[in-house]
Design a protein around this ligand. Sequence first.
Ligand SMILES: Nc1ncnc2c1ncn2[C@@H]1O[C@H](COP(=O)(O)OP(=O)(O)OP(=O)(O)O)[C@@H](O)[C@H]1O
Length: 447
Amino acid sequence: MRKKEAHILIVDDDEDILFSARIWLKKFFTEVSCLSQPKNILKFLAEHQIDTVLLDMNFRKGFESGQDGLYWMKEIKTLEPQLPIILMTAYGEVELAVEALKNGASDFILKPWNNEKLYASVNLAVDISRKNKKLNQWENVSVKTNQYQLETASFAMQEVMDQITKVAPTDANILLLGENGTGKYVLAEHIHELSERKNQPFVHIDLGSLSENLFEAELFGYKKGAFTDANQDYSGKIENAQNGTVFLDEIANLPLHLQTKLLSLIQNRKLTRIGENKERTLDVRFIFATNENLKKAVSENRFRKDLYYRINTVELQIPSLRERLEDIPTLANYFLEKYKQKYHKSDLALNESLINELTTYSWPGNIRELDHCIERSVILSNEKNLKLLMPQDEESDKPIVNLNIEEMEEILIKKALKKHRGNISLAAEDLGLSRAALYRRMEKFEL
Ligand SMILES: Nc1ncnc2c1ncn2[C@@H]1O[C@H](COP(=O)(O)OP(=O)(O)OP(=O)(O)O)[C@@H](O)[C@H]1O
């Protein structure tokens, strides 16, 4: 079995526990570190990218109240609020478990543990940690890509992957075009991993999920006093990617005046923070993405032509899922395996008729929608039989080729909004879109 790229930290004063947990977890995860003294946790976290912490609750003999563990958990949460922490104790009290979970523990394990359960708990925490890192768009994220299914049987996708292999090791700017959920982020991260910059930061900046008035400060940084709220010097996200890769997502959302500033930055490789005269030399590789038609944006003067030609040194069109139907079985099985493990339903399987059902749907939300569909189906199926819960779509049995995608998108969005009584978050989740992406579409269809 291929090990998952993740760094697990175990903190316990019992060397035997450290030894046996490490041996077991090393089978599944690439890196497992141990600390016997909790006072060293914060320094360790500051120096390493950790995905999950396994933390003992009692470090002092005679003090078995669990308060030590709760104290250290709070300390960790102050430094890294989203880092999943699994607490361990030999004293199985329900109250303690409840208190730990209430205080933000992602799970609670009793010693001596069952190895399978320990693995399942850590594995789930690692997945959550990755999700958090991705959601936290403004943090430096350095997760590896082997948690994805990148092999493809589709000719169109093979072409994309071939080009990626060629261009990834260079510093060429790359523009990834494709609908929402086609895997542009996944591919950007893959490109970074194939490049010489792989051990440097990979910084994802999503211009679709940020308010426009934060763009400049967040991208370029500022000097203390540059504007009312600038209480201290602040390095922008682009600067934070020094020596690494910046993935600038939803680039079409960048307003014209910042397009000019970005163009100058890409051309001159010099960055000036807001309110500063000093130029800082920048060494980063840029990857851009959008689901908009940039050529159209250029023709409508919403996007600078010179910037467009600067960012599309290599332009890759990522096919939608309905254009790569041959990948649906592999992707669906990949997600099924993931969720079988997560929800402890090892007997579920996809048969031919279920695969057929999957391939006759049009997947407007692409891989993200397929992912959610399989997760929902696993959760709601009984232990033995997988029942597919396809996205609600009366149109799904019509031949795909004759359908107008735009119209279908609109129908689906209306349905999702109706189903969830206008709740944007739930509708977006159901559709496999981000909230920002759903808002953009609602604007487009004037809903
Ligand atoms: N090759 C893949 N293997 C496994 N999961 C994938 C793959 N490609 C995409 N996914 C999953 O599908 C979802 C959408 O992928 P991603 O965020 O990369 O798409 P995107 O094109 O950047 O979407 P958006 O434009 O909405 O931001 C994610 O949950 C991602 O993990």
